[in-house]
Design a binder for this molecule. Structure first.
Ligand code: SF4
Length: 93
């Protein structure tokens, strides 16, 4: 089984738009766990210009689907050598 650099998936595995939409519709991706739409779009913009983005969906550093990972307030870009976006502080209670 050939691998193009992603740590866990073969060439034949592709995440579909439907699968991503289903994941993002889950309650666990809503506020206050998620970032605002503006922050989310800014993060995705950074990912789209990043050489570590594979197939427009997957981060080669961590293996995450960036449209999912970028939703989390407490996540940062995992590339310690070129961290393109950062975690937000926890929301005030
Ligand atoms: S290294 Fe960071 S900016 Fe690049 S694709 Fe991964 S999460 Fe996005």
């Amino acid at each position: 089984m050939k691998n193009r650099g992603c740590k866990g998936c073969s060439d034949s595995y592709k995440v579909t738009e439907e699968q991503i939409q289903r994941i993002l519709a889950a309650p666990m991706f809503q506020y206050p766990v998620s970032v605002s739409d503006d922050v989310y779009e800014a993060r995705l913009s950074e990912c789209s210009a990043c050489p570590k983005l594979m197939d427009g969906t997957t981060c080669l550093v961590c293996g995450c689907i960036v449209r999912v990972a970028a939703k989390y307030r407490n996540r940062s870009c995992p590339n310690a050598n070129d961290r393109r976006w950062h975690a937000e502080e926890a929301a005030e209670a």
